[in-house]
Design a protein around this ligand. Structure first.
Ligand code: VAH
Length: 312
């Protein structure tokens, strides 16, 4: 059976749905610090769990005979700048909990998300390589860089089968993101439909690597199902699909909503975004486990607007 920590978050919600569809609801235990949507709570086993509490996780792992853990609980980049020590505690101690469960052979496979936030201001910005300078300047990025080092260490020293991808900004409609710098790319669709206008907290030319959630979920499960012999990276894989700036996503929306207007009011998140790459080289993921994205900006916009209209 599988345990998802942080199952009520932006990625966790969709991973829970997909993994339950694939492996059967009873084989996927969802957990979070608070309860989730009615549909999530009704669709299979759920446990209230604090991902920083080792004994609580261990109890759930033993009770359900869990063998795989997806650790999706974290504090994201914008919020982490406001609460550095809480972010470090959550992001790192939750990882140590699952790595140590695997080291003690209580579970035998882990997925842990890294992020383009591991890169910093002096990292090459275009086609950022798998191996390059990484001096992250955000609390969240520091926690992700450190987490990658620990994952690789536990793989090399203790044979822990931990797998990871560096997610770009993720765009989805089922669950709002919480406290990220790329959240503008989700909010903008909601506001375009609700108000026809949006005030963007990044400037119009801030180009960032982005991905539609369906691609991100497929990549995550695809990596977890890959032959371990083929995996040459045990820190975290670069993962790419598209890159765009607020002005491009605005133009994409205007093809459906011609009168849509965006104003720009950069806030503290501009500095975070400026420290990140503009595009990612994911050759290694393509080579090791046949990664291939399916959504570009216009197909993402079509999916987002269609689904938000249906569910609003
Ligand atoms: C954030 N959505 O903005 C997350 C992600 C690459 C960005 O890590 O913090």
């Amino acid at each position: 059976p599988i345990l998802i920590l942080g199952a009520c978050g932006q990625i966790g919600t969709e991973l829970t749905i997909e993994l339950r569809a694939k492996y059967g609801s009873e084989n996927v235990v969802a957990s979070d610090i608070r309860e989730g949507s009615e549909s999530l709570m009704a669709s299979g086993p759920f446990e209230l769990l604090d991902a920083t509490n080792y004994e609580a996780i261990e109890d759930v792992v033993m009770h359900y005979e869990i063998d795989e853990v997806y650790l999706m609980a974290a504090m994201l980049s914008a919020t982490a700048e406001k609460f550095p020590m809480r972010a470090w505690n959550l992001n790192m101690n939750s990882l140590f909990n699952v790595l140590n469960l695997a080291k003690d052979r209580k579970i035998n496979k882990i997925f842990w998300p890294s992020s383009i936030a591991v890169f910093g201001p002096n990292t090459p910005k275009e086609h950022t390589p798998q191996n390059t300078i990484m001096e992250p300047s955000t609390v969240y990025g520091i926690s992700k860089q450190s987490g990658e080092r620990w994952c690789e260490y536990y793989f090399n020293k203790f044979g822990v089968d931990v797998r990871s991808v560096r997610y770009p900004g993720l765009i989805s409609w089922k669950t709002m993101p919480g406290g990220g710098t790329t959240d503008y790319a989700v909010e903008i669709y909601h506001e375009a439909l609700k108000k026809g206008t949006y005030s963007c907290f990044l400037n119009e030319s801030t180009k960032l690597p982005m991905m539609y959630m369906d691609d991100a979920i497929r990549a995550t499960i695809g990596l977890m199902e890959s032959d371990p012999e083929k995996l040459s990276v045990r820190s975290s894989y670069n993962l790419g699909s598209m890159s765009f700036a607020p002005k491009e996503i605005t133009q994409s929306i205007q093809k459906h909503i011609p009168g849509f207007k965006v104003t720009y009011a950069p806030d503290f998140r501009q500095e975070i975004a400026d420290s990140w790459p503009s595009s990612i080289d994911d050759t290694t993921a393509k080579k090791d486990w046949n990664w291939k994205p399916a959504f570009d900006l216009d197909s993402t916009t079509g999916e987002m607007l269609d689904n938000l209209k249906k569910t609003s």
